[in-house]
Design a protein around this ligand. Structure first.
Ligand code: ZN
Ligand code: ZN
Length: 183
């Protein structure tokens, strides 16, 4: 099998942490995971994987740029960002679902308990959610800058307090009115 980065027959079979069947490149130390063996593994182990939110993701320093071919079927791999507000990118084959991890990327997956979610990264649902989270983070930054941290904290508290308040409409009208005591 050819390494997608080194483009040579350098991939050797390896059993990774949690016994995920994979191939590793003896030169660039990237990792290739074929879809079939991964799905078999997931079926056997998936339910025992802990579900943990991924925060403060440590991103590998190295990411191979450029054109890569699938180690299994030879089609061109597509690059997908995986986690919001990071540059963490994986290469995926849309034809056979194989995935390429550059050196260090697999360790990031382990560290954040993402082993059971590999196939989800490449779904429309995951990608939409990723963009929504990024928009939210960007607006949060803009509001904090515009309002100032103190006022922003305060308005968020007011918003929370109003959210499910039984007199929400009346309270808002009170706030909006120039003179809530006039007739
Ligand atoms: Zn390689
Ligand atoms: Zn493929």
């Amino acid at each position: 099998m050819k390494c997608p980065v080194c483009k040579d027959d350098l991939l050797n079979h390896v059993s990774l942490e949690e016994n995920v069947p994979a191939y590793t490149c003896s030169q660039c130390h990237g990792i290739w995971i074929s879809s079939g063996p991964y799905l078999d593994w997931l079926e056997r182990n998936g339910k025992t994987l802990p579900d943990m939110p991924c925060m403060d993701v440590q991103i590998p320093e190295w990411d191979s740029q450029g054109f890569k071919l699938c180690a299994d079927c030879g089609k061109i791999l597509s690059r997908y960002r995986v986690l919001p507000n990071t540059k963490f990118v994986l290469d995926h084959c849309g034809h056979c679902n194989g995935v390429w991890f550059d050196r260090g990327e697999w360790e990031t997956m382990i560290a954040h308990n993402l082993l059971g979610k590999i196939n989800q990264f490449f779904t429309n649902e995951w990608q939409v959610q990723l963009r929504e989270e990024e928009t939210k983070a960007e607006l949060d930054r803009v509001y904090a800058e515009k309002f100032g941290p103190g006022d922003y904290t305060r308005i968020k508290e007011v918003r929370n307090w109003l959210k499910d308040h039984p007199h929400k409409a009346m309270l808002l009208a009170f706030l909006h009115a120039d003179n809530p005591y006039g007739l």
